[in-house]
Write a protein that binds this ligand. Structure first.
Ligand SMILES: [Zn+2]
Ligand SMILES: [Zn+2]
Length: 130
């Protein structure tokens, strides 16, 4: 099915893993495609901390035309259809890529090499308070 720009209502053109609008230079990306792009940029697993941003006029989803959620991801303001994808206005995708490293998954950050854990356990048994 053809994707339509939520802003211009013009057909989007496929460009790699994104679909672009030639008129406003916005980009449409499915979340399945967005996460690996950010993970590659951050060189680690990421988790997207969506935050609702009430008050903005909702735009129609490029795919199903349902009203999208207005959301923040870090400092970037986006529109999101939970079923189909995320809309980036021109430059928003570049801004998000610059923030990719801030979305590092907690799990990945606290994972330690095994030696580290054993070392800490050993300390625990010795009663060290470090
Ligand atoms: Zn457009
Ligand atoms: Zn949709």
């Amino acid at each position: 099915m053809e994707l339509m720009c939520p802003v211009c209502d013009a057909p989007l053109e496929e460009a790699g893993s994104t679909s672009r609008c030639r008129l406003c230079e916005g980009a449409w990306i499915s979340e399945d495609a967005l996460v690996p792009i950010l993970e590659q940029r951050a060189s680690t697993l990421v988790e997207l901390p969506w935050r609702a941003r009430p008050g903005d006029k909702p735009r129609p989803c490029a795919s199903c035309k349902a009203e999208m959620q207005t959301v923040d991801l870090g400092k970037v303001q986006l529109d999101r259809c939970p079923d189909h994808g995320v809309w980036f206005d021109a430059d928003e995708l570049a801004s998000l890529l610059r923030e990719a490293k801030h979305f590092t998954k907690e799990m990945a950050a606290v994972q330690e090499p095994r030696e580290g854990l054993l070392h800490r356990l050993a300390k625990l048994f010795r009663g060290d308070k470090t």
